[in-house]
Design a protein around this ligand. Structure first.
Ligand code: G3I
Length: 360
């Protein structure tokens, strides 16, 4: 094959890789020929104004397929469950830092930021504290000591925390009636934010919840709380939309909720994104039609986020690496579900393309 043909093919290839995702040129050291390695469009290469993160756990960090993908695609790690109170303080007075340390140390070694999740959550409260026999004041001191110990240990390593997760009820526009509300009073979240701030003056402090992109009574309660906290100079920096949605979730409702959140001036984190594609259990295999619908939905959510003012931008975190890792399968006892960006073989799905298209 003569040089002209070779050059032509090379130019076509260069053009193709440029349009698809860019390329890197490097000069090989023996004969100075140009070595072209196409730059695969990855989430972290594409996002410049916010981070893309992923939830994971230590068993997965021991598997090369996971760590290669995580390090290639993501800039932030959230511990899916191993930085919660029921794992760190399962027994009164005895801290077990091993798993949390492992995740934080791995992330720092790999240059990944860590989003702490979650200091206070009614569903991950250890039994000893739920059944606590001491006075309310002693209960409150246990919570203060826990928040202080955790935030202090990971100061400057974990640069943002979900201080309280899911403190508002799904109905009635009221606080969720958790053990913390019962033992510490209606203002318990304010105390938690203050203790976290005292332990680390720099980290970003978030209130995190689900469903308020479409649940209006919950949305109103959350924004009322935020307005009250801001008026009282409570040290809150951000609001986390978990965004466990499905492909039929209303775009206009999500947009309205995000627009309201922008109005608070807080950082906005889409903190636990996954998109169910079989909410009505009407398919048993992932059809092309549903796969395309997911591409469009990820594009929709990401472009909505990408359009918010820079001052509100923080990050988007996927709640799991690949489809068969998702909590949704067990939670809904429906294994015909494909909510994430990578399939069970670690292969990028159309959803991944949709995410990238949302950033254009
Ligand atoms: O890995 C252990 C396994 O070794 C053990 O045999 C098994 C039985 O106990 O437990 C396994 O750990 C479980 C882990 O999920 C992995 O499956 C934990 O017990 C279980 O508590 C953990 O559930 C997590 C749940 O929060 C409670 O912490 C889910 O992974 C996680 O996806 C879920 O995430 C929540 C967010 O924090 C808040 N928003 C909703 C979201 C989904 O519920």
């Amino acid at each position: 094959m003569n040089n002209i043909k070779l050059k032509l093919i090379l130019q076509i290839f260069l053009f193709a890789t440029w349009t698809l995702g860019g390329c890197e040129k490097s000069v090989s050291n023996d004969d100075n020929t140009v070595v072209v390695t196409p730059t695969i469009a990855t989430l972290k290469n594409k996002t410049t104004t916010f981070f893309v993160g992923v939830a994971t756990s230590t068993p997965k960090l021991a598997i090369i397929n996971y760590t290669q993908l995580i390090e290639r695609e993501f800039e932030s790690i959230t511990a899916e469950y191993q930085m919660k109170m029921d794992v760190i303080l399962p027994t009164k007075g005895i801290y077990n830092w091993s798993k949390a340390d492992e995740i934080v140390n791995y992330s720092i070694t790999k240059g990944l930021r860590v989003h702490g999740h979650a200091l206070i959550w009614h569903e991950s409260t250890p039994v000893w504290l739920v059944d606590y026999k001491g006075t309310d004041a002693e209960f409150e001191l246990e919570v203060k000591n826990y928040i202080t110990a955790v935030v202090t240990r990971y100061k400057d390593k974990v640069t943002s925390w979900d201080v309280v997760n899911e403190g508002v009820a799904d109905a009635g526009g009221a606080l969720r009636n958790t053990i913390f509300k019962q033992r510490m009073g209606d203002d318990y979240m304010v105390k938690c934010f203050k203790w976290a701030r005292e332990a680390d003056p720099n980290c970003k402090l978030f209130y995190n919840d689900y469903g308020f992109e479409t649940n209006i009574s919950k949305q109103n309660k959350i924004f009322d709380l935020i307005l009250d906290w801001k008026n009282r100079n409570i040290p809150i920096n951000g609001l986390g939309f978990q965004m466990h949605i499905n492909y039929l979730t209303s775009k206009s409702q999500m947009q309205d909720a995000i627009t309201k959140a922008v109005g608070t001036g807080l950082l906005i984190h889409i903190s636990e994104l996954d998109i169910r594609m079989n909410p009505n259990n009407d398919i048993s295999s992932f059809t092309t039609e549903r796969s395309t619908a997911q591409q469009l939905k990820y594009k929709e959510v990401v472009s909505m986020y990408n359009a918010i003012p820079l001052a509100n931008k923080f990050g988007i975190t996927l709640w799991g690496v690949k489809d068969d890792d998702s909590w949704l399968l067990k939670f809904h006892n429906n294994y015909n579900e494909w909510p994430l960006l990578f399939d069970s073989t670690f292969k990028a799905k159309k959803a991944h393309t949709g995410f990238l298209e949302g950033i254009n």
